[in-house]
Design a protein around this ligand. Structure first.
Ligand code: ATP
Ligand code: PRP
Length: 214
């Protein structure tokens, strides 16, 4: 394939990437929210987009099935980043990775060094590192979504999840009790593709860099 393939997930990453693509002179020919197509063309014949699950983006780029992609820091930490060059923080899809518990739960007592806590999360690597650094024994329960439900039905004491407005926590009578890290999305590029296709990829990287909002 002589052109370039960019991996994006539907929803907020696709929406927030559109202005960056525009800055690189790239306009998708379909809207992934309306079309069922997984390979989307653009106004530039040498550029195509592939629509993947957010947590799969690093995998497509790692194996060179896509030359570049956009993924959240949360997803990149869980993936590990092997084979990926990460030239830019795009400052999009911003949120925080937090520990949250039911309102009124005594988190200070439950998270003293040496204590044991049950935590449900999609972000097991980040959660494991966070509690290890605090000296807290953690029993991790891997979930794939709707983490907020877990403490409400006795599956866990706490969750580690993304928080933006806080609306989801409030609606479920949970509260954030600890920030683990700030999250935004990054441009990831296949390291081999960057060498072989630099003439095509570098102008896109440069255009994205020029369009990043502070
Ligand atoms: P998957 O489809 O793989 O399960 P997902 O449902 O988390 O992943 P999105 O909801 O599209 O996928 O989120 C994509 C990225 O956007 C996340 O990896 C994270 O970095 C960021 N993000 C998630 N939730 C929010 C939010 N509420 N506000 C801002 N950014 C968010
Ligand atoms: C994310 C995250 C929280 C929610 C937080 O879910 O997993 O549930 O956003 O945002 P808030 O603080 O603004 O309420 P998302 O909207 O991506 O839904 P999904 O991952 O379950 O599809």
């Amino acid at each position: 394939m002589s052109g370039i393939t960019i991996a994006l997930s539907k929803g907020r990453i696709f929406e927030e990437t559109l202005p960056l693509l525009a800055a690189a002179g790239i306009t998708p020919t379909d809207d992934p929210e309306k079309s069922r197509k997984l390979i989307i063309g653009t106004n530039r014949p040498e550029v195509r987009l592939v629509i993947v699950r957010a947590s799969d983006t690093p995998t497509y780029v790692q194996y060179g099935a896509a030359d570049m992609g956009i993924a959240g820091r949360d997803v990149l930490i869980e993936h590990g980043g092997a084979g990926l060059y990460q030239p830019l923080d795009l400052n999009i899809a911003r949120c925080r990775l937090c520990v949250a518990v039911p309102e009124g739960f005594d988190y200070a007592a439950a998270s003293r060094p040496g204590s044991r806590i049950r935590v449900a999360t999609k972000y097991v690597k980040s959660a494991r590192e966070h509690f290890a650094a605090k000296g807290v024994h953690v029993d991790l329960i891997k979930l794939y979504g709707s983490m907020e439900l877990a403490p409400l039905v006795g599956l866990s004491d706490a969750i580690v999840d993304l928080v933006s407005t806080g609306n989801t926590l409030r609606a479920n009578h949970l509260e954030a009790v600890e920030d683990i890290m700030d999250i935004s999305s990054r441009l990831v590029v296949n390291q081999a593709a960057l060498k072989v296709k630099r003439e095509l990829l570098q102008p896109v990287i440069d255009a994205f860099a020029g369009a990043v909002k502070p």
